[in-house]
Design a protein around this ligand. Sequence first.
Ligand code: 9D3
Length: 246
Amino acid sequence: MRLGVITLFPEIFQALHYGITGRAIERQLLQVDCINPRDYATDRHQTVDDRPYGGGPGMVLKAPILQEAVKAAKAKAGPLAKVCYLSPQGQRFNHQHAANMVTTGGLILVCGRYEGVDERFIETQVDEEWSIGDYVLSGGEFAALVMIDAMARLLPGALGDEGSAAGDSFFAGILDYPHYTRPEVYEGQAVPDVLLSGNHEAIRRWRLQQALARTYQRRPDLLEKTVLTPEQEAVLNLVKGRGEEK
Ligand code: 9D3
């Protein structure tokens, strides 16, 4: 997957050289090219922003400079690459969107700073607008990192022993079950017996029951959107029947 990132802070994307994203880059499953709009400024102060028409606080990124940066990004990621502007006004990004994006050839993520970008840049150069959630960030860079991390995990071959993307998609609609490791007793709390039983089928059923119970209690909204297998449906009905019980 080839990603262009337009950012005034390219150093932030060094964070991708750690962990699973780092390995995906090493294995050339993922290529990230940062383009700094500053390099496309034309005046001697290398200005990228200006005061908002109509007044008000802050600064706005200039459309012609961002356009040149997009042109440079398309030269690397391909002319058909989708241009995505990251902003609080965008569509809320989720696991399904990540899965769709990894299948769409090249992708260019435009990170805003200050109050944002000139609206005419969005109208004329941007294909999609994305948000990662309802909280205020200082710019698009950390949102881009979140989206890239979510996408990199879905690239074939990106995950080693740390898990499987199939497991991720399975649990994208259902919360994880609880995990335990040594010691067997910690702060007076023992590991659930079933996990020590060696009975793999009983362990699988217990984990499924735990995952569904947590989802029902903490994120019932997820269950409305997720298509469950007949077994999951049956276990969920048992969980619901148990009501307030832990
Ligand atoms: C404090 C400024 N706000 C005035 C109402 C508007 C505003 C401008 C720019 C709020 C945030 C930002 C910067 N945010 C992003 O670039 C951003 C973002 C976010 O803030 N939340 C969730 N997803 C994203 S994606 C990009």
